[in-house]
Design a protein around this ligand. Structure first.
Ligand SMILES: Cc1cc2nc3c(=O)[nH]c(=O)nc-3n(C[C@H](O)[C@H](O)[C@H](O)COP(=O)(O)OP(=O)(O)OC[C@H]3O[C@@H](n4cnc5c(N)ncnc54)[C@H](O)[C@@H]3O)c2cc1C
Length: 415
């Protein structure tokens, strides 16, 4: 498994994007290398950079690499580039706060959370005075990149009272934030992962009318989706906003302090809802539109028993391309794409699927896409966050072996 070549689309994108702060670091020439005979060799291809029109250019003034004069060597420029860090934005004593309550599915920031933080900064920029974006999270967090997502201040409510489904306690905590910070705006992701419910509950507690499914928001007007997504409703921007996905650009060119704020004295509440824990469901019974983890098969699958075994072992819901369905290997209700189901999985694994536009339309909302394909240049590999290039049969066999050995290891450890 470790010998397989994996592409990193983000790195490739940064290497193409001359304006990205990390571009110089990635395109810095390799410099001198020692050849097989032991001689020191210069890499002539390492000189220069790819210009915006795609042509290679030699940077005689070393501007691209951050050098000041023509004498500046490429290697010194490369060293300077290695030290490139995103600029740190600090807000010493904020005049006001914009509070974003995040879903943090699986303890990590979702794409929707990052959109909401981006919207927070848009509102800060549009409001007079110095504002700070405060992120509020519940439960244990595995996230390490709050700073790069635009979090100026961070409030984390942890402890068993916030575990599982605990909306009453969470709203009580948000009321404590309201008392302490008196936010200029409250932002929630309008999602089924918790944001929508918390936003509505807080709005009811505060007696304020929120904007829901807001997707274009400035300090004065908010455009909200209504009528089953068919119409846009324009209204004055309220203090409490439930935001749709892609409401704003995510923060990716600055770092923020993510200073932790401790809130003392959040009272406990008498819970009227008892969380009996998650129910183990059979992934094969989960409708495609609701599945969180999908293993999808295309024309590049040659052993269908093995594919079903892989889905079973990984506990993934099965999906398919139209070719796999038309050929009779998968039922019609498993087809993903324009004429099938539009899926919103957190992880979508496309095995032997080329990435035709009709299929891509169906996976546009997926968080992370993994491509398993023998063709490194196919569209699915270009779209994927992680690609494994090779024969699907071998890769699935290795995947099954790894998961099974991990499960056995886990069982032995537990015994
Ligand atoms: C009106 C219309 C609507 C459509 N709607 C949909 C839709 O909703 N959903 C949909 O999916 N399609 C739809 N299609 C079809 C779509 O255009 C493509 O034909 C289809 O998605 C291709 O399926 P595929 O990627 O599985 O097959 P192919 O295009 O044949 O691709 C197979 C892939 O498998 C790889 N491969 C082959 N062998 C191996 C191996 N051993 N190991 C690893 N990889 C391997 C190949 O490199 C290739 O990338 C529609 C088409 C039309 C005209």
């Amino acid at each position: 498994m470790s010998d397989l070549i994996r592409r990193d689309p983000r790195t490739e994108w940064i290497a193409r994007n001359r304006l990205h702060p990390l571009h110089a670091e990635l395109t810095a020439p390799a410099g001198d290398v020692r050849g097989p005979t032991g001689l020191l060799r210069k890499n002539p291809h390492g000189v220069g950079f790819i210009g915006p029109n795609g042509l290679k250019r030699i940077d005689r003034l070393a501007i691209q690499l951050g050098e000041s004069g023509p004498q500046g060597g490429q290697r010194r420029g490369a060293k300077a580039a290695v030290e490139v860090q995103l600029p740190l934005v600090t807000v010493e004593s904020p005049d006001f706060y914009v509070v974003a309550v995040l879903d943090m599915v699986g303890g990590r920031l979702t794409g929707h959370d990052k959109d909401v933080l981006g919207q927070g900064h848009k509102l800060v920029a549009a409001t007079e005075g110095q504002g700070a974006v405060v992120a509020v999270t519940f439960g244990d967090s595995k996230e390490e990149a709050f700073d790069k997502a635009g979090v100026d201040r961070l409030i984390q409510f942890t402890g068993e009272q916030y575990e599982g489904y605990s909306p009453e306690q969470r709203v009580t905590a948000l009321q404590a934030v309201e008392r302490e910070l008196d936010p200029e705006y409250w932002l929630f992701p309008d999602s089924i992962a918790g944001g929508q419910e918390l936003g509505c509950r807080l709005a009811a507690r505060l007696g304020e009318r929120p904007a829901t499914q807001a997707w274009q928001v400035d300090a004065f007007t908010s455009l909200c989706r209504g009528g089953s997504q068919r119409i846009d409703i324009s209204r004055e921007t309220p203090r409490l906003l439930l935001l749709g996905e892609e409401c704003a650009d995510q923060i990716d060119e600055t770092r923020h302090e993510a200073t932790v704020i401790e809130l003392a004295g959040v009272p406990g509440t008498l819970a009227r809802i008892e969380d009996c824990g998650a129910v183990d469901v059979d992934p094969s019974q989960v409708p495609l539109g609701e599945a969180e983890f999908i293993l999808s098969a295309g024309n590049g699958i040659h052993d269908w028993d093995q594919f079903h075994q892989a889905a079973d072992t990984l506990r993934a819901t099965e999906g398919a391309s139209r070719v796999a369905v038309d050929d009779g290997f998968m039922p019609r209700h498993r087809q993903v794409g324009a004429t099938g189901t539009w899926v919103t999985a957190r992880v979508y694994v496309a095995v032997g699927i080329s990435g035709a536009i009709q299929h891509m339309q169906g996976i546009g909302q997926c968080d992370k896409v993994v491509a398993i394909n023998s063709d490194a240049g196919c569209d699915m590999v270009k779209r994927a966050d992680l690609s494994v290039i090779g024969d699907s049969q071998q890769i699935l066999a290795e995947l099954i072996r790894l998961v099974e050995s991990r499960q056995q290891g886990g069982a032995e450890n537990a015994a």
